[in-house]
Design a protein around this ligand. Structure first.
Ligand code: NAP
Ligand code: MG
Length: 403
């Protein structure tokens, strides 16, 4: 405890501010729910678009370096510029997505986790606990080379090593026109993905599922399967046994069938395309983007937490026009609690871990008591009182202060 009875943070975490409505929420969350209880200790980086533009995006790179150094970060949603944003903000250039930059610099995997509350019932009846999706974010069809075969001809797959030795495999002898696609992945990326998944499973105490189509894809998908198996056996098996959790490999079609019959409560690691598709399926079935958090985990065990949604531009325009908003802060609050809990776990800060748990409980209890922001009303199984952003934050604070 500090002199004023607030919880002390023994080590700083990286704080990355963002844009629009979520930047407004960021300030409100800190003022209402964090500062009164914690002597916040952060290294602050302003990833808001004006500052990224002013620094030539150096601020994003500096923030990533800080996450590498300090191990834990929390990030506000940020604008990924497009042509319209370049004009709106009078940008020097169309800066890349900060999330893509962070992911590349940390070599990390993104885990998306729904926040579940009793009165929002998932579309899949059996789901009682969250299903966390880990999507491999490199290669496969997202880095494919494609070609139209205009007519009859021979397609081949060829590889040339630095000495000029060539390996050539026939793909297909076309009788008429057709289409071709070549995809790749790298050992380094698959290994980093596997390590991030095993680390996150350990960190969250949940089973890990990984699925591919190794029966059909005997070199490509089989290599994913073998890589996961080898890294598990050599580096993680003991720790999984101690933690009482399991690793399961299965075929992707088998996994899909099992997932919809499961009660949830596990991590589902997906290849790039499967993750793209399945993360939207899982988040839609759980209810709302505003109730989805996300954490980027590097293979070296660095953690960066954020909400899965964007900067909620439509609400920001209303806010600027002086109208009252009802924007859901829960995913952003859970980004903070995720980072604070992780930081507490890393340095034995039990009070910080306890605070994070109590703040999450206060959010869930407030929604379960029937008070929430507008987005949750149509999803709720019981009558819901719609609060403004400020009223909702105050309701959470009152619960937290009582706890
Ligand atoms: P968005 O900000 O996620 O919002 C889309 C819609 O979802 C909102 O208009 C709102 O619906 C609803 N929504 C999302 N979060 C909500 C919340 N917390 N509370 C209540 N409703 C919520 O997506 P977008 O409008 O497509 O993108 C806006 C900006 O965010 C873009 O510039 C994009 O680049 C950026 N973005 C950033 C990230 C990130 O940093 N991780 C991710 C995605 C997008 P209603 O309007 O119907 O109320
Ligand atoms: Mg998708």
């Amino acid at each position: 405890m500090s002199d004023d009875n607030r919880i002390v943070m023994r080590r700083p975490i990286v704080e990355m501010d963002g844009d629009e409505m979520t930047r407004i929420l960021w300030r409100k969350i800190k003022d209402t729910l964090l500062y009164p209880f914690i002597a916040l200790n952060t290294e602050y980086f302003d990833l808001g678009l004006p500052e990224r533009d002013r620094t030539g995006d150096a601020v994003t790179h500096n923030a990533a370096d800080a996450v590498k150094r300090l191990g834990v970060g929390v990030k506000c949603a940020t604008i990924t510029p497009n042509a319209q944003r370049v004009e709106e903000y009078n940008l020097q250039q169309m800066w890349p997505s900060p999330n893509a930059t962070l992911r590349a610099l940390l070599d990390g995997t993104v885990f998306r986790a729904p926040i579940t509350v009793r009165n929002i019932i998932p579309s899949v009846r059996t789901w009682r606990k969250p299903i966390i999706i880990a999507r491999h974010a490199y290669g496969d069809i997202y880095k494919s080379v494609e070609m139209r075969a205009p007519g009859a001809g021979v397609a081949e797959l060829s590889f040339t090593d630095p000495e000029g030795n060539k390996t050539v495999l026939p793909i297909h002898r076309f009788e008429g026109a057709g289409i071709l696609q070549a995809v790749h992945n790298t050992d380094a990326s698959i290994e980093a993905f596997a390590r991030s998944c095993f680390r996150f499973a350990l960190s969250s105490g949940q089973d890990l599922w990984f699925a591919a189509k190794d029966t059909i894809s005997k070199r490509y998908d089989h290599h994913f399967k073998d890589t996961f198996e080898r890294i598990f056996e050599v580096e993680f098996k003991g720790a999984f046994e101690t933690a009482g959790i399991n690793y399961y490999y299965m075929l992707i079609d088998d996994a899909v069938a099992r997932v919809v019959r499961s009660e949830g409560g596990f991590i589902w690691a997906c290849k790039n395309y499967d993750g793209d598709v399945m993360s939207d399926m899982v988040s839609a079935a759980f209810g709302s983007l505003a109730m989805m958090t996300s954490v980027l985990v590097s293979p070296n065990g660095q953690f960066e937490y954020e909400a899965a949604h964007g900067t909620v531009t439509r609400h920001y325009r209303k806010h600027l026009a002086g109208e009252t908003t009802s924007t859901n802060p829960i995913a952003t609050i859970f980004a903070w609690t995720g980072a604070l809990r992780k930081s507490g776990e890393m340095d034995g800060g039990a009070a910080l871990v306890d605070f994070a748990n109590r703040l999450e409980r206060a959010c869930v209890d407030t929604v379960e008591s029937g008070q929430a922001t507008r987005d949750l009303q149509p999803l709720s199984a019981s009558p819901m009182e719609v609060l403004s952003t400020d009223e909702f934050l105050t309701a959470i604070k009152e619960r937290l202060a009582k706890a």
